[in-house]
Ligand binder design. Structure first.
Ligand code: ADP
Length: 159
C-alpha cells in the first residue's frame, strides 16, 4: 500500500491544508495527516482539538486519517509505513527551509518529500493569518470550513 504523510501544526486546519490533503488522497492509497506535538509552543487549540477538526474536515475522504506525533517526522513515517512526505509550497520563501528538511529527511531515513504547489487561491493563506483576521472580526469564511471559523471566533473571544 502506498502511504503518504502530510505533516504540520494545523492550528487550526485551513482550506489551504485541505486542498493539499485532498489532492494527495487522489495520488496515494492512504494519507495520514500528522499533527506535530511541539512542547515548546502553545497553540490556540490543543492537539486533541486540532485532530478533531481535521477528522471532521476530512470525513468525506475515506483514505485519509489523522494522528499526532512528536519527535522526528521520519520516525513517525516509519511507524506509519509511509515512504513519502507531502508538503505544500506556497511561495519561494517556503522553499529554502523545506528543501533543507527534505534533504535531511532523505539522509536520515530514505523518506522522500514531494512538494505540491499550492492552489493559487490559497497561496497567501496560513493558520496564523486566519487567526489574525478572525481576532479582529474579519470574514474568514473563504479560508476555513464554517465549523472551524465558528470555533475560532469562540476561542478568540475567550482570550
Ligand atoms: P501554517 O501554520 O503555516 O498554516 P502548518 O505547519 O500547519 O502551517 O502547515 C502544514 C503543511 O501545510 C506545510 O507543508 C505547509 O507548507 C502546508 N500549507 C500550509 N498552508 C498552506 C496553503 N495555504 N497552501 C498549501 N499548503 C499549505
Amino acid at each position: 500500500m502506498r502511504r503518504a504523510v502530510c505533516p504540520g501544526s494545523f492550528d487550526p486546519v485551513t482550506n489551504g491544508h485541505l486542498d493539499i490533503v485532498e489532492r494527495a488522497s487522489r495520488l496515494f492509497d492512504e494519507v495520514i495527516i500528522g499533527v506535530l506535538i511541539n512542547h515548546s509552543k502553545t497553540g490556540l487549540f490543543t492537539i486533541e482539538e486540532r485532530l478533531e477538526m481535521l477528522s471532521e474536515a476530512t470525513a468525506a475522504y475515506t483514505n485519509v486519517r489523522v494522528a499526532a506525533f512528536h519527535g522526528l517526522l521520519v520516525d513517525f513515517c516509519r511507524a506509519q509505513g509511509a515512504a513519502v512526505v507531502i508538503k505544500g509550497l506556497r511561495a519561494v520563501s517556503d522553499f529554502d527551509y523545506e528543501l533543507q528538511m527534505a534533504q535531511m529527511n532523505i539522509g536520515l531515513s530514505g523518506v522522500e518529500t514531494l512538494f505540491m504547489p499550492t492552489n493559487p487561491l490559497y497561496s497567501f493563506l496560513s493558520s496564523s493569518l486566519v487567526k489574525d483576521v478572525v481576532k479582529w472580526g474579519g470574514d474568514a469564511s473563504a479560508y476555513v470550513p464554517d465549523f472551524v471559523g465558528e470555533r475560532l471566533a469562540a476561542r478568540l473571544k475567550q482570550n
